[in-house]
Unconditional design. Structure first.
Length: 255
């Protein structure tokens, strides 16, 4: 019997424009900041949203503040726990889009590093991304988006851990765009954004730091979570974008 070549793998059929209407969006780290803004943007587009975070209390507060609670559910989950993440993702099939915004930042000069503490930062972004890529199951024309950050290209003293993990996840997105195709995989790299994360930074005068930083930037101000969320929505809805690192940093890479 003659050998019959296999048909080449092709992309799923879909129309030119992808809409989030009635689609399932999982936002990991969705209880505050950029993640919560991504959830709002997705709901405004008609999606059904699952907020995932480690804190049930924060999740409940976030969900209560959203305008369409009938399209919101919450999931208390430590995304660095492989077994629990696998179990949770099996229950959430199918997903159209997943956005990973969670991070446990750590800043410390390298010679004073607490390696165990730095590991938590690496796990919160890189290990979490690997867990999602391994266990999540997506609908055709779906997407996976990792939120990284400008530190990968403009690191600051004491920021080796966050710079390294952001760069690693940017590279991972490119690799997964090939390996998981036709699933679209991208990274979204914000600059300084006014989120509650800054309020929890010990010893920081947030207002003064923002004013100083804003004077350096071409746009003259720090970012807002909603601006990053619009970029995340673009990556979910644009079916011709994959393997990209989308920078939303106010020109921070240029100064």
């Amino acid at each position: 019997m003659p050998h019959r070549p296999m048909a080449p793998r092709g992309p799923p059929h879909y129309s030119w424009g992808i809409t989030l209407d009635k689609q399932q969006v999982l936002v990991v780290g969705g209880s505050s900041g950029i993640g919560l803004a991504v959830a709002r943007a997705s709901l405004e587009a008609g999606a059904h949203v699952t907020l995932a975070s480690r804190s049930e209390e924060k999740l409940a507060r976030a969900a209560a503040g959203l305008a369409t609670p009938d399209r919101v559910r919450t999931l208390a989950l430590d995304i660095t726990d492989e077994a629990r993440t696998r179990e949770a993702l099996e229950r959430l099939v199918p997903q159209h889009h997943i956005v990973l915004t969670a991070v446990d930042p750590y800043y410390q000069p390298i010679r004073q590093f607490d390696l165990a503490r730095a590991r938590r930062t690496l796990d919160s972004k890189l290990l979490a991304a690997l867990h999602l890529a391994r266990y999540a199951r997506f609908e055709p024309a779906g997407s996976l988006t990792f939120v990284t950050g400008v530190a990968s290209e403009r690191p600051s003293p004491g920021g080796a851990a966050i710079a390294a993990v952001n760069g690693a996840v940017n590279a991972l997105a490119r690799a997964l765009a090939l390996e998981l195709a036709p699933l679209r995989v991208n990274a979204l790299s914000p600059g300084w954004v006014d989120t509650p994360l800054w309020d929890a930074t010990p010893g920081l005068d947030k207002s003064r730091a923002f004013d100083t930083h804003a004077r350096r930037l071409p746009v003259g101000r720090v970012g807002r979570p909603e601006e990053v969320a619009r970029a995340a929505r673009f990556l979910m809805e644009n079916g011709f974008t994959t393997g990209e690192v989308l920078h939303v940093d106010g020109g921070h890479r240029l100064v």
